[in-house]
Design a protein around this ligand. Structure first.
Ligand code: GLC
Length: 426
């Protein structure tokens, strides 16, 4: 079992991200006071987000003036994240709607100019780091508020995903880029070590317009070791499938980002919550394919998390405290034909995740049977009996491949997902 829930190692070829397992995404801005999905309502809602509302840009931006999230408690959120097994956390520092959650010198449309006034990004980064959680900044490249982008107005409706909004004159675009580069420079200079920049919204312009490679160079100079996701066109260290477990795992490192209901930010009318157990299963499925799960939370207008989300984090956390060794610090395990369900591995140990209840036993195929030393149910440490089988002729070989059949009594089954740990001779 993991002593504490922080994974410190990764394999020698990669970075901490390769085996992180679980991250926390936080989507939040002033419009959570209105219960609005983040950004999309101001362009008329979004076809891909069924609960996104439709309001005018003015209506959306108006709640910046009253933002005062007195219940925001970054250290408490970081403690909750830590107890859930979260290894890295990514906050929306600025979403498509253009509101900055830090004290930026480059715009008045920021948290500094609200009744709250405190620097939320700083509090987030400090609190997460204090718990040993790595820090990620979500930053939207497109900006539906900045006059030079240019800002989105009712005249631009309907919003068409995949269709670039008109470019402003060159000078104006240059001034927008100066603003955007400047904001990123602030975030990567004044907030300590940043582990991830999580771009979004890059679809509205081309790589040459964002000057992607110049931007990448600047970011990497400011923060050596920084990881950048794949949403700045032509740049990126890892892929970000959204809201699902990709049928074929991407060839390079990846992360599924997923909401607990169907909204990114707080929406009191969205009751479509996934069950706590299914979130555990998703964590197993994602890590079993070699990815990380970036599980989203949505603070309310006052900064507190909705109880449905706290309950789910606590539920996932309780499972992780029993079985975290099988999803944190691991890599993808067996191929899908070898066992019915996900599996992971770390060193000489393979973790077989049972997402359905077995009939008495579980068979794992295509393993070096003589090298299997022990099988235990991970959470209890209880040793389970198993038998080995190989082809008759193959069985005479020194190190044959075959199958092991593990007896799984019903009283070792976990309520959410049972993990069997198979120890091979190392
Ligand atoms: C989308 C949406 C956005 C959300 C993001 C997270 O691209 O625009 O609202 O922040 O996905 O993956």
């Amino acid at each position: 079992m993991l002593d504490d829930l922080t994974v410190t190692s990764s394999d020698s070829t990669g970075t901490w991200f390769d085996t992180a397992g679980l991250g926390m995404f936080i989507h939040w801005d002033h419009a959570s006071q209105q219960g609005l999905e983040i950004s999309w309502p101001l362009v008329g809602g979004g076809d891909i987000l069924e609960h996104a509302q439709d309001v005018t840009p003015e209506q959306y931006h108006s709640s910046a003036a009253t933002f005062d999230p007195q219940a925001w408690d970054a250290p408490a959120l970081a403690r909750l994240a830590k107890q859930t097994g979260v290894q890295y956390a990514v906050l929306t520092t600025k979403h498509h709607n253009g509101f900055s959650m830090w004290h930026t010198k480059l715009s008045d449309h920021s948290i500094e100019h609200t009744p709250f006034g405190r620097d939320i990004v700083r509090e987030f980064a400090d609190a997460m780091r204090a718990e040993g959680i790595r820090v990620g900044f979500y930053y939207s490249l497109c900006d539906w508020h900045h006059p030079d982008y240019p800002a989105f107005t009712m005249e631009h409706r309907p919003y068409q995903l995949g269709v670039s909004p008109p470019m402003p004159p060159d000078e104006q675009w240059a001034s927008f880029l100066e603003f955007m580069y400047g904001q990123l420079r602030e975030l990567l200079t004044d907030y300590g070590k940043v582990d991830v920049v999580w771009f979004d919204g890059g679809w509205e312009r081309r790589a040459s317009q964002w000057r992607s490679s110049e931007l990448e160079t600047m970011l990497r100079e400011l923060q050596p070791g920084l990881l950048i996701n794949d949403r700045l066109p032509r740049v990126g260290d890892y892929e970000t499938p959204e809201q699902f477990v990709p049928p074929t795992p991407p060839a390079r490192k990846w992360e599924t980002c997923m909401t607990m209901n169907e909204s990114w930010s707080y929406n009191p009318d969205d009751h479509d919550y996934k069950s706590p157990r299914s979130l555990v299963h998703t964590l197993c499925e994602v890590t079993g394919r070699g990815g990380n799960l970036l599980l989203n939370v949505s603070p309310r207008g006052d900064g507190s998390l909705p109880p449905e989300q706290v309950e789910r984090l606590e539920h996932v956390g309780a499972w992780v405290r029993r079985n975290g060794e099988a999803v944190l610090g691991t890599e993808a395990g067996l191929a899908s034909w070898q066992h019915y369900g996900p599996s992971t591995k770390h060193g000489a140990r393979t973790y077989v995740h049972l997402l359905a209840k077995p009939y008495e036993s579980v068979t794992v195929r295509g393993v070096k049977v003589k090298q299997v030393e022990r099988v235990t149910e991970l959470a209890s440490g209880r040793e389970l009996a198993f038998t080995r089988r190989t082809g008759i002729i193959e069985g005479f070989g020194p190190d044959p491949e075959g199958e092991i059949t593990i007896t799984v009594p019903s009283d070792v089954l976990d309520d959410d997902a049972t993990v069997l740990a198979i120890d091979f001779r190392s």
